[in-house]
Design a protein. Structure first.
Length: 703
């Protein structure tokens, strides 16, 4: 596609963003305004108009999924391969730099990358060693992550802390944690960025080189950057100042991860002479949805003004429904989904139910199960976080980096090798005394007496196993995985389902370079999880960022739930809660339901709830307000009915199967109900719509 054709595909504001190729540019992209399209087209336009190599445009996204989609789109736009391009997340970009340059900071280039689980395991081990309350490990790991995202190292934190109490203990844990990472030749996610900033600040020549490698920088989801990420961008962009950032301050919802909305609010001050372009035409939602969400977000005191509009028309009014209990709320949602599905307008994948906290999903899941509706909970345990997958990957990491003590702790008794706690404690003590890795400590321990002969034999076999796995020359990551599974006997210790997961892992590694594969797996996050093929999506509002669905339900519009009770205690947090609500609303394309309940079980206690304060900001003319009072039948009656009700014979026409009618052709079954000669089926025929048919007269053919 020529650069002229690229411009023809865009609206006036998007074209203006492409034509600005020199100097800083802030693109304020409202929800559904095509921001990803703009940044993708801008990459293609720069590559064509300036004859730039794709590898000279540093492009930063916030998820691996977004990066992969962007690469595919760019290839289609410019009609050539972009091998060697720098398109990826902050963490993957910094990893690529550090794999080449980290020697300057005293690390080896074969460093391991610890994910959140590895980080928590290491913090937990250190707390146990210090005889501190071990259950605090998640909070301590989160605090360390927060400090790193603010570029505060352990020594600096110790010097600025209050000098007593918990902060002093936290500083000691932080120092020990960083020392252990260095000893393991390992980096956590936050280190990838913090150490890249340190590399550039301490090595001006290296910084200068990368500034010239990347004369142009493109940043997606800029509102989600933290201080360390912003500092990195400013260092790289300070020479040429050709930085284009795309974002929406109204969608900044990751403060708990360190994101700072001030980065986008202060961009014009930090990059003097920056051009600002607003994308306000929305291609996703109806005008009623935009007017309701716009009214909510307009109440935030500090924000960049935007007025979203669409050519899609007004659409249906936004529904607000207030129920007696969370169970009634869930049943109502399930009923609405079922009715919309049976009308033939939507598939299950078109529905999403969004909530503030995970515990809200229980009632929704039960109601959907009772209705026989398929659903998928987004944000659960991802494939790469499963125990069997992490175990096998830990073997790979340890074989490549034998100083990786976190991986060694994970696999030394997996599968069981009869290694007792006393033996492991002696090895830990030896490693700490000599300030070496556990692998080195085991090897030195084998040379002296002091460990029982049986344990010595097991340790010796383990060392030989790892060294043997390390020594083999593999053709691909899949070959190495197969070898590990074979030599460790891991499959003998797990069930069939876990074994199938390992086989899937091996299949995904076919033809891939070992180190690239490990990096890709290590940098994978739950945010990259895929949506199920055809099921209703259940997820938190935070997980919904970047997604869209024709029909969206936001549940729990109550004080203490949304806004969350912790935010109510601190009024500075309310604007972020309002942004979170706004993000949820703007996921909806056609229909938006807002629901709440007078009674809800929260943290094992049924509480009386008040409607959310945010509902007061919604203009009445854009909404249909519904209040339902449903009498609940006695639980005893329900249980007796279930006991005496005979089991229904399975229907030959399950929802979703395809059938052929002699008159109307091929259709898809929406529902089948009734018994015997009274059995009826609802079928959606593309040319004539949904038909209700008696099976004994329908002459349907299952295909």
């Amino acid at each position: 596609m020529s650069k002229e054709n690229l411009l023809e595909d865009l609206n006036p504001q998007q074209r203006s963003a492409l034509l600005h190729t020199e100097g800083p540019l802030l693109i304020l992209a409202g929800a559904g305004s095509g921001k990803t399209r703009v940044i993708t087209y801008k990459f293609a336009y720069l590559a064509k108009s300036n004859r730039l190599s794709p590898s000279s445009i540093l492009t930063v996204t916030f998820t691996n999924k977004a990066a992969n989609e962007m690469k595919e789109r760019i290839v289609n736009l410019i009609g050539r391969d972009i091998q060697g391009s720098w398109i990826g997340t902050f963490h993957s970009q910094c990893n690529k730099i550090l794999r080449k340059e980290i020697n300057a900071l005293g690390y080896r280039t074969d460093f391991s990358i610890y994910d959140e689980g590895d980080q928590c395991n290491l913090v937990r081990y250190i707390l146990k060693e210090f005889k501190l309350y071990e259950a605090l490990y998640k909070g301590v790991a989160s605090r360390i992550s927060s400090l790193k995202s603010s570029l505060i190292g352990p020594e600096e934190f110790l010097s600025t802390g209050d000098g007593f109490g918990f902060d002093e203990k936290l500083a000691k844990v932080y120092i020990r944690y960083q020392d252990e990472l260095k000893r393991c030749n390992a980096l956590d996610f936050d280190d990838l960025i913090m150490l890249t900033v340190k590399l550039f600040e301490e090595n001006p020549k290296v910084l200068y080189r990368y500034q010239n490698v990347f004369p142009h920088i493109l940043v997606d989801e800029f509102q989600d950057t933290n201080y360390a990420q912003y500092k990195l961008l400013r260092l790289l962009a300070s020479a040429h100042r050709n930085i284009c950032v795309v974002g929406d301050d109204d969608q900044s919802i990751y403060k708990f991860r360190g994101a700072d909305v001030n980065n986008i609010l202060n961009f014009e001050k930090d990059f003097s002479g920056a051009k600002v372009i607003k994308l306000e035409q929305n291609y996703r939602s109806t005008q009623n949805i935009l007017d309701v969400s716009g009214a909510i977000i307009s109440m935030n005191p500090i924000r960049k003004l935007k007025k979203l509009w669409t050519e899609r028309g007004c659409g249906e009014k936004v529904f607000h429904c207030w129920m007696n209990t969370e169970d009634e709320e869930a049943k109502h949602i399930a009923k609405v989904i079922r009715e919309l599905y049976l009308k033939g307008a939507y598939n299950y994948r078109d529905f999403a139910v969004l909530y503030r906290v995970n515990l809200q999903s229980r009632a929704i899941e039960e109601a959907l199960r009772d209705e026989g509706l398929p659903y998928h909970v987004i944000g659960g345990i991802s494939f790469y976080q499963r125990k069997e997958i992490k175990d096998i990957i830990a073997y790979m990491r340890l074989a490549i980096n034998q100083d990786d003590s976190v991986s060694l702790r994970r696999v030394i008794n997996c599968p069981p090798r009869g290694m007792g706690a006393a033996t492991l404690s002696k090895i830990e003590h030896e490693a700490k005394k000599k300030s070496v890795s556990l692998f080195t400590a085991i090897k030195s321990t084998l040379k002296v007496n002091g460990i029982a002969s049986a344990a010595r034999e097991h340790l010796g076999e383990f060392i030989k196993l790892i060294e043997h796995i390390s020594s083999v020359n593999y053709k691909s990551a899949a070959d190495m995985l197969r070898y590990i599974v074979d030599k460790t006997g891991y499959m003998d210790s797990i069930d069939e389902e876990r074994g199938q997961n390992i086989n899937e892992l091996i299949a995904s590694a076919a033809g891939k370079d070992i180190k690239d594969f490990i990096d890709r797996v290590s940098l994978f996050t739950n945010i990259d999880d895929a949506i199920a093929e055809n099921a209703i999506s259940l997820m938190t509002l935070h997980s919904a960022k970047g997604l869209e669905f024709p029909v969206v339900f936001i549940v729990g519009l109550e004080e203490g739930v949304l806004p969350y009770f912790k935010a109510i205690e601190n009024t500075d947090e309310i604007p972020e809660e309002r942004r979170l609500f706004y993000v949820g609303m703007t996921r909806a394309k056609d229909i938006l339901w807002l629901t709440g309940a007078r009674k809800r079980r929260l943290y094992a206690k049924v509480q009386e709830q008040e409607p959310s304060r945010f509902l007061n900001d919604i203009p009445r003319q854009y909404c249909q307000w519904i209040e339902k009072t449903v009498k609940k039948p006695l639980p005893v009656a329900i249980s007796i009915k279930k006991m005496i009700e005979p089991l229904k014979p399975p229907t030959p026409y399950a929802a979703g199967c395809r059938v052929k009618h002699p008159k109307w052709g091929v259709g898809v079954v929406r529902d089948c109900y009734g018994d015997g000669d009274e059995q009826k089926v609802m079928v959606n025929f593309p040319n004539v719509g949904v038909k209700r048919l008696a099976l004994k007269f329908a002459n349907l053919e299952k295909i």
